[in-house]
Design a protein around this ligand. Structure first.
Ligand SMILES: *[C@@H]1O[C@H](CO)[C@@H](O)[C@H](O)[C@H]1NC(C)=O
Ligand SMILES: *[C@@H]1O[C@H](CO)[C@@H](O)[C@H](O)[C@H]1NC(C)=O
Ligand SMILES: *[C@@H]1O[C@H](CO)[C@@H](O)[C@H](O)[C@H]1NC(C)=O
Ligand SMILES: *[C@@H]1O[C@H](CO)[C@@H](O)[C@H](O)[C@H]1NC(C)=O
Ligand SMILES: *[C@@H]1O[C@H](CO)[C@@H](O)[C@H](O)[C@H]1NC(C)=O
Ligand SMILES: *[C@@H]1O[C@H](CO)[C@@H](O)[C@H](O)[C@H]1NC(C)=O
Ligand SMILES: *[C@@H]1O[C@H](CO)[C@@H](O)[C@H](O)[C@H]1NC(C)=O
Length: 357
């Protein structure tokens, strides 16, 4: 016990051996919380990385010597700082409380801290665990990907944090599909065009708001002509043929008439191309314009074509332009006018159906 007085040791972190010499601290017998005897440390302390942690130890006036230890290293003994770490400061050393603060806490500070006291010549300890939480962070994520339909893909999203974050994948656009994976990896076999779009990886651990990152998945597929509109136009009027194709990458369009390619800039004719649509516009239709046209849509994965007819409409209608889907011979058969003639029956039919239920 005589050693107790000589606390003037070098200004450095010392191991518990020194403290045991000072206080004769028994190891491995921490005072349980709830025990009426002092010292009484607080419950476990949980702080976020970067914040400050206060370690409090409640004492009474019988206590003659006090110290805070990090594992087996003395941080403070009484008012004397025993370690070099500038982040460790003494907060209070009174007859009732002995507290230190650890500033800018980092993950390696996590662990057991011990309040050690000497009361009536009896050394006693109380242990508190410092728990360090870290916000989730996505440290690795797949880059945007462009893939041909039918291939397999594998997306990865690696996140860190304390506690270990939960990682999920969701398919969020063009339609919100919802969760597609409940872990870091998202595997899709035989990907379809419907599975293209934005995928969102989310990492959450309740410490802070979840973090999210997005990966764009582009699924390439050959063109598919969804709509090919023919038109009936009288001589001297404006006529337009339309060809709609979906494709990734978007299709390039070409127009043919009777197997002859139509070159841009032909007199009185204009081709208007948009990513999913091509229009062949005749500004002043003449007899020799009538006939069968072919729209060819192509991209690097393939090509397809559709036949579209520009046909003569002998009686100019008020709209001067009649459009019908697909092969237009149907319209020239008079189906269209017959359909129009029956349209007045439609409200009656609806009424009839409503009354039936
Ligand atoms: C304090 O933390 C330690 C280590 O995580 C754990 O074993 C102990 O049960 C905790 N004590 C309390 C009172 O939460
Ligand atoms: C506590 O001890 C650990 C392990 O030796 C060390 O990495 C950490 O910096 C210490 N923290 C404080 C606040 O002393
Ligand atoms: C996709 O994965 C399946 C199963 O692992 C495999 O049989 C198939 O060959 C893969 N397809 C491609 C294009 O790699
Ligand atoms: C359309 O062409 C005909 C014959 O070439 C011509 O007589 C007529 O004026 C033209 N109409 C328009 C609006 O350009
Ligand atoms: C138009 O031509 C295509 C071939 O280019 C042919 O398959 C199709 O039957 C023709 N359509 C009409 C209405 O003549
Ligand atoms: C249109 O497609 C058919 C069958 O796929 C093909 O035989 C024909 O050559 C194509 N026409 C053009 C103009 O590409
Ligand atoms: C047009 O009408 C004729 C005779 O009524 C018929 O044989 C032909 O199949 C019709 N064409 C279409 C595309 O409906």
């Amino acid at each position: 016990m005589g050693v107790c007085g000589s606390l003037f040791l070098p200004w450095k972190c010392l191991v518990v051996v020194s403290l045991r010499l000072l206080f004769l601290v028994p190891t491995g017998v921490p005072v349980r919380s709830g025990d009426a005897t002092f010292p009484k440390a607080m419950d476990n302390v949980t702080v976020r990385q970067g914040e400050s942690a206060t370690l409090r130890c409640t004492i009474d006036n019988r206590v003659t010597r006090v110290a805070w230890l990090n594992r087996s290293t003395i941080l403070y003994a009484g008012n004397d700082k025993w370690c070099l770490d500038p982040r460790v400061v003494l907060l209070s050393n009174t007859q009732t409380q002995y507290s230190i603060e650890i500033q800018n806490v980092d993950v390696y500070d996590e662990g057991p801290y011990t309040c050690s006291v000497q009361t009536d010549n009896h050394p006693k300890t109380s242990r508190v665990h410092l728990i360090v939480q870290v916000s989730p962070k996505i440290v690795e994520i797949s880059s945007d990907i462009s893939i041909n339909e039918g291939n397999n893909i594998s997306l990865t999203c690696i996140a860190t944090g304390r506690p270990e974050p939960t990682v999920t994948w969701r398919h969020i656009s063009p339609k919100a599909v919802g969760f597609v994976s409940e872990d870091e990896y998202l595997e899709i076999q035989g990907i379809t065009r419907e599975q293209s779009g934005d995928y969102e990886c989310s990492a959450s651990n309740d410490v802070a708001a979840p973090v999210v990152r997005r990966v764009k998945v582009t699924v390439n597929y050959p063109p598919y002509i969804s709509e090919a509109k023919g038109t009936g136009v009288p001589v001297g009027q404006k006529g337009t043929l339309q060809c709609e194709a979906s494709a990734v990458p978007s299709a390039e369009f070409q127009w043919y008439k009777d197997d002859k390619r139509l070159v841009e800039g032909k007199k009185g004719v204009k081709v208007e191309n948009r990513p999913f649509l091509s229009k062949l516009i005749f500004f002043n239709v003449s007899e020799h314009d009538y006939g069968n046209y072919t729209c060819v849509a192509s991209n690097k994965l393939g090509h397809t074509n559709a036949s579209i007819t520009l046909f003569e409409l002998s009686e100019p209608t008020s709209s001067s332009l009649l459009q019908g889907p697909g092969a237009v011979s149907e319209v020239s058969n008079g189906t269209s006018s017959r359909r129009a003639g029956c349209l007045w029956l439609l409200p009656l039919l609806v009424l009839h159906l409503l009354l039936k239920f």
